[in-house]
Design a protein around this ligand. Structure first.
Ligand code: CU
Length: 382
């Protein structure tokens, strides 16, 4: 799997932006409204879990807060379940059973011009894991040894560039060029095997990648008849080796969604997402690879397909109404479209939720399997 596929995917990604404008009859005009039929603000119908899918108009800003939770239970080897006993029988000192990752993600967007929107995101994470290990005096019994880490993850900075748009902006293609800064700790420790001592916690408990990472992506969105569909390909490419002597496996993901406006204030979405990620290059010398499968650099890769369902709720539709409202000029009976007031600083607030479940997982295992994930978020644009 992984490395060949990833480099293939990456080169496709790198070449696509160069090719696409050449085939399109119209480039983005900076003076044209960049948001198509949905009015001012961003493309409001995209699912919450899709990041960097939209651009803003010059001078516009947006703040976002997302709360995400991902729950993992049990282990898979390939697509076959591996039990706690299977893992202990394979010689590991501990078998991971369940893991929960919570994240508070702060985001800000600002459009420096119509052709570049800047984005910054910082996650605050909390990771909890409950591995089981044999009891010291009764090797046939197991006990749970909980571990927890929390703190800032890696800071992501990105530029979003409109590459192409159809004349009426009902179809748009955007390039996402991001960089991840290694602000997250990769030296988290927890309770060791013997009381009182501490040890370096395994890879999934660390808060960052430790490397600078490239985050390229492309998003295509087409809107029509109160609905829209979009597709995004994105990648995480880890550059070099981190301070602990390893590099996390590169990740490639592709997602496609359809979203439908149910009313002026509500839209619903369905989405499918496939991702593939590689094993770790190198190894953290502080980790004992026989401690747990989570500490094994060669048991980290895998692929997964998720389906996700989302809702977007507009809490303030003032601005939207003003833009869309048609009225008849009293003097000559002409149909006019109302324009938003120049000095209007109305906020556009969007409350969103998205929940996802895996439908396929194939892991270099034993590795913990994903159960479900949920994201709730608030986005305010000015
Ligand atoms: Cu935005």
């Amino acid at each position: 799997m992984t490395n060949k596929h990833l480099s293939y995917a990456f080169f496709t990604l790198a070449i696509l932006p160069l090719l696409v404008p050449a085939y399109c009859d119209e480039h983005v005009h900076p003076d044209v409204h960049a948001h198509g039929s949905t009015g001012p603000g961003h493309d409001d119908n995209s699912p919450l879990g899709v990041m960097g899918d939209h651009a803003h108009q010059a001078g516009e800003a947006m703040f976002s807060y997302r709360y995400g939770i991902m729950e993992m239970n049990g282990n898979l080897d390939g697509s076959t379940p591996a039990s706690t006993q299977d893992i202990l029988d394979a010689g590991f000192m501990m078998a991971p059973t369940s893991m929960r990752m919570e994240m508070h993600m702060m985001g800000a967007m600002y459009a420096a011009s119509d052709s570049i929107t800047l984005m910054a995101m910082l996650p605050l994470k909390r990771i909890e894991m409950s591995p089981r290990m044999p009891m010291p005096n009764m090797p046939n019994m197991t006990m749970t040894r909980k571990a927890e880490t929390s703190g800032a993850g890696d800071l992501k900075l990105a530029g979003i560039f409109p590459l192409w748009a159809a004349g009426d902006h009902s179809r748009t293609l955007r390039l996402n060029a991001g960089l991840s800064i290694p602000t997250g700790s990769i030296k988290e420790t927890g309770p060791g095997m013997n009381g009182g001592e501490t040890m370096r916690l395994p890879y999934p408990m660390q808060l960052g990648s430790g490397t600078f990472d490239l985050l390229p992506g492309l998003t295509y969105i087409a809107e029509k008849f109160g609905g829209s569909w979009g597709t995004q390909v994105a990648s995480v490419i880890h550059l070099g080796e981190n301070g602990e002597g390893y590099s996390l496996g590169n990740r490639f993901q592709a997602t496609t969604w359809y979203s439908r406006k149910l009313s002026d204030t509500l839209s619903a979405s369905a989405r499918i997402e496939g991702s593939t990620w590689g094993n770790i290059d190198g190894q953290d010398a502080e980790m004992n690879p026989m401690m747990s499968p989570n500490a094994r650099a060669d048991l980290r890769g895998g692929e997964r397909v998720d389906i996700l369902f989302g809702l977007n709720i507009f809490l303030d539709t003032d601005r939207w109404d003003k833009w869309d409202r048609l009225f008849i000029d009293k003097d000559n009976g002409q149909l006019l479209q109302a324009k938003p007031q120049e000095n209007s600083m109305d906020k556009e607030t969007l409350l969103s939720i998205e929940i996802g479940f895996p439908v396929h997982q194939d892991l270099d295992g034993p590795q913990m399997e994903s159960d479900w994930r949920l994201m709730v978020g608030l986005q305010v644009s000015f």
